[in-house]
Ligand binder design. Structure first.
Ligand code: SF4
Length: 308
């Protein structure tokens, strides 16, 4: 186990403006992630700030200790329109250190109190710790949780996501959240050419997600940007030298070729259609209102919580 540092930092802002995505705001409680996935595209966020995204992405994780307080100030501004916020786009908000600092929980409590909808992405089963806040948030503003599962193959998962909970534990998390009335889906990502892109492999994840009550399935094919390509190519040389040439051909640029991505989309869509999975990952605000009503009709009573 490598030595890990968790420098505590004070931030001036928490809400990040996002362009070109289905959401306009994001929040990341940490900078860095102790999970060390070699495919992690967020490694370059260390590099942006003159940190080492190759060797220290997982060993030097910055903790934004004042994030919940700063967020409350931002959400209380009259200009805040309560648009959906994506939580965990460049770090895992439920990596192990969250057990000690509870920054993510503090952020969710702030979003709840200011009736701001949230879309969370994580690989961490620790999210069930915050089920009480999530239920309250779901009733007051809207919540979507997306649990990332790249494979149902345990051996492969240990190679590509070395310290993440096994796939079955993540799928049980999906079941637990869905049963509690939280809109929950599975992000089949990243799809790795030659490793997880066979139709039977893709179908196994989607079937398992469906079986565990996922409302929707998202997917993403690996992309190899700055920093990540160095780490991932080293991973291939160490673990799958036969694939080095394949990736060199496919990844002359950051993204896999359009025809490859289109072929993956066809496979995913065909399986989803066959299994009757039609819900999109992102919902419009009008759909969200319907979901709030549904949550009420399900008669799920959230625990008492602080109100504005
Ligand atoms: S869990 Fe997510 S944020 Fe953390 S290293 Fe893996 S891909 Fe990156």
């Amino acid at each position: 186990m490598p030595d890990r540092q968790f420098p505590e930092i004070q931030v001036k802002s928490v809400l990040n403006r996002v362009e070109g995505m289905p959401f306009r705001w994001s929040i990341n409680p940490y900078r860095g992630c102790s999970h060390a996935c070699p495919f992690c595209f967020a490694r370059r966020t260390h590099w942006f700030l003159d940190e080492d995204g190759v060797n220290e992405w997982d060993t030097k994780v910055f903790v934004k200790v004042n994030a919940p307080d700063v967020l409350r100030l931002e959400l209380s501004r009259p200009t805040w329109k309560r648009e959906t916020v994506a939580l965990g786009t460049a770090t895992d908000p439920y990596q192990a250190i969250e057990g000690r600092y509870r920054i993510t929980r503090g952020i969710l409590e702030a979003l709840r109190d200011f009736r701001t909808p949230v879309s969370i992405i994580t690989r961490g089963p620790m999210i069930v710790r915050d089920l009480d806040v999530l239920q309250d948030l779901a009733r007051r503003a809207g919540v979507t949780v997306c649990i990332s599962v790249a494979t149902t193959d345990n051996r492969l998962a240990r190679q590509i996501e070395p310290t993440v909970a096994p796939p079955v534990q993540r799928l049980r998390t999906v079941a637990r959240l869905a049963a509690a009335g939280i809109r929950t889906g599975v992000m089949l990502a990243p799809i790795l050419p030659g490793l997880t892109d066979q139709p039977k492999h893709i179908e196994a994840v989607i079937r398992a997600a469906r079986y565990h009550g996922a409302h929707f399935i998202g997917h993403n094919v690996l992309h190899l940007g700055d920093v990540t390509k160095d780490v991932f190519n080293q991973f291939l040389r160490d673990q799958y030298p036969d694939l080095v040439r394949v990736y060199k051909t496919l990844y002359g640029k950051k993204y896999a070729p359009p025809d490859y991505r289109a072929a993956i989309l066809r496979i995913v869509s065909e399986v989803k259609d066959r299994l009757g999975i039609r819900e999109p990952r992102y919902v419009e605000s009008s759909q969200r209102d319907e979901q709030l009503a549904l949550f009420e009709r399900q008669n799920i009573t959230p625990p008492s919580s602080r109100r504005l």
